[in-house]
Design a protein around this ligand. Sequence first.
Ligand SMILES: *Cc1c(COP(=O)(O)O)cnc(C)c1O
Length: 421
Amino acid sequence: MNHFQYRGGVLCAEEVSLAAIAATVGTPFYCYSSATLERHYRVFADALPKESLVAFSVKANGNLAVLKTLAALGAGADVVSGGEMKKALAAGIPATRIVFSGVGKTKTEMAAALKAGIYQFNVESEPELLALNDVAGSLGAKASIAFRVNPDVDALTHAKISTGHAETKFGVPWSRVTDAYALAATLANIAVCGIDVHIGSQITELSPFAAAFKRVVALSKSLRAAGHDISRIDLGGGLGVPYRNDNIPPPDPAAYGALAAEVAKETGARLIFEPGRMIVANAGLLVTRVIYAKEGENRHFLIVDAGMNDLIRPAMYDAYHEIVAVAEPQVNAPWTRYDVVGPVCETSDIFGSERALPVLKADDLVAILAAGAYGAVMASAYNARPLAPEVLVKGPEWAVVRPRMDDDALYASDRIPPWLG
Ligand SMILES: *Cc1c(COP(=O)(O)O)cnc(C)c1O
């Protein structure tokens, strides 16, 4: 469910015409719907055991206005860098609701997080644990930790976003988990408080979650028997979203909530969740303008002004995004099949091939749907293309929440070495 609909012949975000925004801010631009963000957050949070911490995965969408919208609903943050932690704090998310994940935390990042007083570090290796103990010691602090364990389950998702089987870099291998906790118990500046698991992203079936959670419940029992404090269990993120109209719907939050409730009942632990995609993906889209309708040898191309630098998911993950015309197609409009492509000089700069669309011409607008997660955050200025702006809509109101990057900013921070004068 989202709040992007045709009204009066034009695709709108809540009550605002995307064509009207395009006329003001230009194209391409990202547009997010507050009502959709709020709805997704509530549906998810309401399905979970009370007292759970919902730590929004900042890497899915780190815009401060998005973070603030979620913070107002009580969201915490799951961060994977010192930069993301700063953003979460700047958006008003209290440190006590921030968890720090990631395989490569630096000592500088650890120190900043300890000083901020974050809730928990999700530690992914023994060397990281030792480094954290050192940093905490030098600050006279104690770090609350959960180990991210690798339960060796297949998340049944795209290889590039699958993280919970034994061959990935993520988490402590299952065979070493007991030893890792034993090591942690010997360290003066580490306080073990729980277990963390995150098996991947865009997971559309419940069975991988069920398998991973089952292993975690069993682990919590054996760790407690060994004397460890397991009062928190972080079940990660990863719930999939529908990217295709004809898709089988991904697991419904209530069914996922029932699995979580089982973990809570079996362990009595406080649960933590790290949803990203399911909160923001369908709350955002990318609006782009047709530059040319080009006839190939035997294909029709729509060359649009957004490129893979703006939205890399199709090129990187073979991701499918629905593409629609911003002007509502007339009942008798002729349709055709287009390859919708960007201007970037790469063959992989394709948003969709052979997509059914009404016949379009230069200057018409199209919207690439479900682009709110891993869209703007993964954008680059490749091909010296300024980063696209982001717009947030709330009912009849809208605001630019990040302006388009200035052309001059593309090279303003380059420096000429002395020998080039
Ligand atoms: C990416 C990530 C998430 C969020 O995943 P989604 O699929 O967007 O829900 C949560 N936790 C960790 C550790 C991650 O790396």
